[in-house]
Design a protein around this ligand. Structure first.
Ligand SMILES: Nc1ncnc2c1ncn2[C@@H]1O[C@H](COP(=O)(O)OP(=O)(O)OP(=O)(O)O)[C@@H](O)[C@H]1O
Ligand SMILES: [Mg+2]
Length: 501
């Protein structure tokens, strides 16, 4: 098939107060291809796509769609011209049904009695059913969005795009909160859409995905265009070098650590119905991983240890003493700190500044005579902005305006600033770029040398294999296996997690 140009961006510039987010970025997408956009956190990927869809107005450059220069003033206009975007955070209405969401803002109507217009539910239902069938997905059109999982919500977003007859579909980190199996289903859908001749833009930090599903990859760095390559003729190292501006030596900088005596022991833990007889020990300086499929109970376990949900029976023993944890405050007081996988819900107050967020759990340490010292707050925040390489003009920047991965770093900073004994990380590097991941791992790894102990839940097996001293595998609310660093392999872990034995 002869490929044809779908979308061309020329010399796009976009500035926010104090931040030059895009400086001269050009990009060209063909029909019938999947084109990745890669770059570090804060490189400008989401901003570029928001400019395309009319969320932001560019300060310079032009956009050509199907040979015609266009400029959208909002996403609806873009949708109507066949350009659909699925944002990093989903944008469906939770209290409405799948069908209502799919046609929201462009409902089909029919005339009755020759003049009165009413909603044409049967036509909408028919089209929705056809689209779902084509995508090969089964979702009840009458279900409320709030009852769907992340993967299904994403499918609804894609289905919604198709109700507009999208020719260009932009997916901004669609896989970040999906399990491997869900990612595979998403890829099936993407392949079908590509076959149908759509042009797709795919943004992801998971490089394996880019090599699996994309035809071309464009790298932007610090808001500037760096390169466009054919995935087939590119290596991971070349791609990373373009993104980071240098070759990266070590993706998992785990240091040799002297592992100390037992620090935490969880004995026969049950919650109300799901977690069953969980027992494990962890030693000072150790990084203990928890692998498992989504829904295996890893987050529930961590939340129970931290007092977010109630344990029904069992004991938690810290440094030889049984401790009572009835809420998270108790856990924190004992030096057990949790970084949630859901930074929006449990991690950050996104309408506040970076420094307010980092100091929030420990206001006493930045106060003088009961008054918060902004100087102390800035000093505290500054240390983490530096150490974790948070891309921001200063510590007064509002978290909401940071890029996704940089928000994750603020969430980590907030926890690290508490100097915990035990740090529980749930999907710590979701949406974080390769370089920042390595930075975060390095920091974690260095801290274990000073005696910090880490429990790490992750759906990225290479991350667990690269960083953990031991890995537990969870399945249906139970610990189903444990491997030492030397023994652990992806196959062994998956076999247990997926019950393949
Ligand atoms: N509304 C806004 N106001 C101010 N600055 C913003 C706003 N939106 C984005 N920025 C800044 O623009 C830069 C690019 O952000 P963008 O979200 O495009 O990055 P990204 O490449 O998508 O990163 P990530 O991989 O972390 O999602 C960042 O420095 C960010 O802080
Ligand atoms: Mg982004």
């Amino acid at each position: 098939m002869q490929l044809k140009e779908a979308l061309r961006l020329e010399h796009i510039v976009k500035e926010f107060p104090g931040v030059k987010a895009l400086e001269d970025v050009s990009f060209c997408l063909q029909y019938g291809e999947v084109h990745a956009i890669c770059g570090e956190n804060g490189a400008g990927k989401s901003t570029l796509m928001k400019v395309v869809c009319g969320v932001y107005k560019a300060d310079g450059g032009k956009m050509i769609l199907g040979g015609e220069e266009v400029c959208f003033s909002n996403p609806k206009e873009a949708y109507e011209k066949g350009v659909a975007i699925i944002f990093q955070e989903t944008s469906l209405f939770e209290e409405m049904t799948v069908l209502e969401n799919m046609f929201l803002g462009h409902e089909k109507q029919k005339k009755i009695a020759g003049c009165v217009k009413v909603l044409d539910y049967s036509a909408m239902r028919k089209q929705a059913e056809d689209i779902l069938k084509k995508l090969n997905i089964k979702i009840d059109l009458n279900e409320n969005i709030k009852n769907l999982g992340m993967a299904q919500k994403q499918m609804v977003e894609i289905a919604k795009a198709l109700t507009y007859d999208a020719k260009v579909l932009i997916l901004d980190e669609p896989s970040a909160s999906l399990t491997q199996r869900e990612v595979n289903a998403l890829f099936e859908v993407i392949r079908n859409l590509k076959k149908d001749g759509l042009g797709l833009v795919y943004i992801s930090h998971r490089l394996e995905e880019i090599f699996e599903i994309c035809d071309k990859v464009t790298v932007i760095r610090d808001g500037s265009y760096i390169s466009t390559r054919r995935v087939k003729y590119t290596t991971k190292d070349e791609l990373v070098a373009d993104m980071v501006g240098r070759r990266m030596e070590n993706y998992y900088p785990k240091c040799e650590t002297q592992i100390g005596e037992e620090i935490l022991s969880v004995e026969h833990l049950y919650d109300n119905g799901f977690l069953t007889d969980i027992s494990f020990q962890v030693n000072r300086g150790e990084i203990l991983g928890f692998a498992g499929l989504a829904g295996a109970g890893r987050t529930e376990l961590m939340e129970t240890v931290c007092g977010f949900s109630d344990k029904v029976s069992g004991r938690i023993i810290l440094e030889g003493e049984p401790i009572a944890i009835s809420d998270y405050k108790d856990a924190k007081a004992q030096g057990i700190v949790y970084v949630s996988e859901d930074r929006g819900k449990l991690g950050l107050v996104t309408a506040m500044s970076i420094r307010n967020n980092i100091s929030m759990p420990q206001l006493e340490s930045v106060a003088r005579n009961w008054i918060i010292s902004s100087k102390k707050e800035k000093k505290l925040a500054g240390r983490y902005i530096n150490n974790l390489g948070i891309k921001t003009p200063d510590s007064d920047f509002i978290v909401n305006n940071l890029s996704g991965g940089n928000q994750q770093k603020v969430s980590l900073s907030k926890a690290l600033a508490l100097n915990p004994k035990i740090l529980i990380l749930d999907e710590p590097t979701r949406g974080v770029d390769v370089n920042a991941k390595a930075e975060i791992y390095k920091i974690i790894s260095d801290l274990t040398k000073t005696g910090l102990t880490i429990l790490m839940v992750s759906s990225e097996l290479p991350e667990l294999l690269g960083m953990c001293d031991r890995i537990y595998v969870m399945k249906e609310g139970e610990l189903a296996g444990c491997f030492s660093r030397e023994e652990a392999t992806q196959e062994k872990i998956l076999k247990i997690a997926m019950n393949l034995d």
